[in-house]
Design a protein around this ligand. Structure first.
Ligand SMILES: [Zn+2]
Length: 314
């Protein structure tokens, strides 16, 4: 049997933010400072709500507990996560604890988090990736409005992540007919948007990618990327090289087009400070990404990939 989970309602396209109706008595959770959140809230046209804007970036279970203890007694009608991954993750977990519906509104794009059943929170200072059907949004609102004012570099890294997730997801052994349909369409939309300079379509492509890979997995490219993340390289930037060499190694049908997209976006070569063999050992422990890779991966394969990344042999 195959199954996929997607939010009950997905609002997307021009002015999705303003045209969505928000229930009275909502609790809006965000990391944004008041000047910014006020702008967003007025664009939403929301009235009769409470605002919690004390979420810390890279949030922990303490942020969830702060929301639950401050607002449980007030019985909000719905939780609204408005912001980047941090705000969405806190709302995913808190809504489960409070048995409340949730609306997720990503103000950054690329991860597709608003579409997935995944949630990343710190427990005892350590980041944990959790998965639960209850983390799925009841409503997700995707609007390219938020891209205005986002720094170019962040947009580049984000769209690279979305492309990597879509194409690795397509090749994942955990995929099915439907996840492949979403992943393929996602990459088509993103490829067209990048090559033909239509950045307003990035959030839509990223949303499709989230539905696709969120119901299967990413693979070798993401496994390779974490040794660069450990050295402080932004996630999307590390995937520009990691996913390219992974596609070359896997003989993925996306290799040439993925490379084209990376060239068009223009990324610098990656440096790796760690010893290649040590880094390969770290990559080999990442069964979550390596097991669903379309072909089996040995430590020698990983070393070859890392050497290619270091020398820019993509
Ligand atoms: Zn990613």
């Amino acid at each position: 049997m195959n199954s996929i989970l997607i939010p009950k309602s997905i609002k997307f396209g021009t002015d999705a933010l303003g045209q969505t109706e928000y229930p009275k008595g909502a609790l809006v959770v965000t990391t944004a400072p008041p000047a910014l959140s006020e702008k967003w809230l007025s664009r939403m046209g929301i009235s009769d709500y409470e605002l919690f804007d004390k979420v810390t970036p890279e949030p922990s279970i303490d942020d969830v507990n702060a929301v639950v203890s401050a607002y449980s007694a007030k019985k909000p009608s719905v939780l609204i996560g408005l912001g980047g991954g941090s705000s969405l993750d806190v709302v995913k977990y808190a809504s489960k604890e409070m048995s409340l519906p949730k609306i997720l509104i990503p103000t950054t794009f690329g991860t597709g988090a608003e579409m997935t059943t995944y949630c990343v929170l710190k427990f005892d200072g350590k980041k944990k990736l959790l998965r639960d059907d209850a983390f799925l949004a009841d409503t997700a609102v995707i609007d390219s409005y938020f891209m205005d004012g986002t720094p170019e570099q962040i947009i580049k890294n984000s769209v690279c992540d979305a492309c990597a997730q879509a194409t690795e997801g397509f090749d994942s052994k955990l995929g099915n007919e439907l996840t492949r349909m979403f992943c393929e369409k996602a990459f088509d939309v993103l490829y067209d948007a990048i090559i033909n300079d239509k950045p307003e379509n990035y959030p839509y492509g990223s949303m499709l990618s989230g539905i696709g890979f969120g119901n299967c997995s990413t693979t070798l490219g993401h496994a390779l990327s974490y040794v660069f993340s450990n050295e402080g390289v932004p996630h999307g930037y590390s995937l520009s090289s990691c996913t390219t060499v992974a596609h070359k190694h896997n003989k993925s049908k996306f290799y040439a087009k993925f490379k084209e997209v990376i060239d068009k976006l223009g990324f610098d070569k990656l440096e790796l400070k760690a010893d290649v063999s040590d880094a390969a050992d770290t990559v080999m422990t990442d069964k979550g990404h390596l097991d669903p890779n379309p072909i089996p991966i040995s430590k020698d394969d990983v070393i070859k990939c890392l050497e290619d990344i270091k020398s820019g042999n993509l």
